[in-house]
Design a protein around this ligand. Structure first.
Ligand code: NI
Length: 186
C-alpha cells in the first residue's frame, strides 16, 4: 500500500483520454485500487480517478457520505465504490448547479452545472456489472470522476466563472450571504 502523488491541473495526464481496462480482476488493478483507496482516505476526498494518480486507465472510486446525501430520489449514502470502464448517460435534460472541489485543483471551489439524474454502468473489481440510476450528490460525484477519464476538470464545465475561487474566500462570501458552501465532489 502506498499514498500516491496527485496530479494537479495543467499536468498533461489530466488532459488525456484514459484507456479501457481489459482485465478488471488482474493483480495490477487490485494493487492500484488499494493504493488509490489509501490516497483518497489520506486526502479526505469523496472520489478519485486513476489519471489523478498518473495512471491513464478508466477506473474511478467514489463514495456518498451520509452528510452529503440530498433530498433527491435515488441519492442514498454509498460506501466506497470502485467503478471500472464506466459509461454515464444523462436521464432527461435537467441540470443542477452545485459546489465542487477537486484534489487536482487544490484550494479552489466552483459552482458546476451537472445532470440531475444519470444512469451509469461499469464493472466492479471482481468483474461483475454495475448498472444504477442515481440523482443528487451521487449523480454529481460520478459525473465529476468520470469526466477525469476524458480529460475534463470541473472548471471546464462551469458556465459562471464568477463562482470559481479559493475555498477560504468563497466561504467568507457564503457566510455573508448565509449560504453554505460545501466541497462537493473531488
Ligand atoms: Ni476531481
Amino acid at each position: 500500500m502506498a499514498i500516491l502523488k496527485i496530479a494537479r491541473m495543467g499536468h498533461p495526464i489530466l488532459r488525456a483520454r484514459a484507456e479501457e481496462i481489459s482485465d478488471p480482476s488482474s493483480e495490477e488493478v487490485r494493487r492500484l485500487v488499494e493504493d488509490m483507496v489509501e490516497t483518497l482516505e489520506d486526502a479526505k476526498g469523496a472520489g478519485l480517478a486513476a489519471p489523478q494518480v498518473h495512471v491513464p486507465k478508466r477506473l474511478v472510486l467514489f463514495s456518498v457520505p451520509q452528510d452529503r446525501t440530498t433530498e433527491a430520489e435515488d441519492d442514498p449514502p454509498q460506501v466506497l465504490q470502485v467503478l471500472i470502464n464506466p459509461v454515464v448517460e444523462p436521464i432527461g435534460e435537467d441540470r443542477e448547479v452545485g459546489w465542487e472541489a477537486c484534489l487536482s485543483v487544490p484550494g479552489m471551489i466552483g459552482a458546476v452545472p451537472r445532470y440531475a439524474r444519470i444512469r451509469y454502468r461499469g464493472l466492479t473489481l471482481d468483474g461483475s456489472p454495475v448498472d444504477r440510476t442515481v440523482s443528487g450528490f451521487h449523480a454529481r460525484v460520478v459525473q465529476h470522476e468520470c469526466d477525469h477519464l476524458d480529460g475534463i476538470l470541473y472548471p471546464m464545465r462551469m458556465t459562471d466563472m464568477s463562482l470559481f475561487g479559493f475555498v477560504e474566500e468563497m466561504s467568507r462570501l457564503a457566510a455573508e450571504s448565509e449560504e453554505e458552501i460545501e466541497a462537493a465532489a473531488e
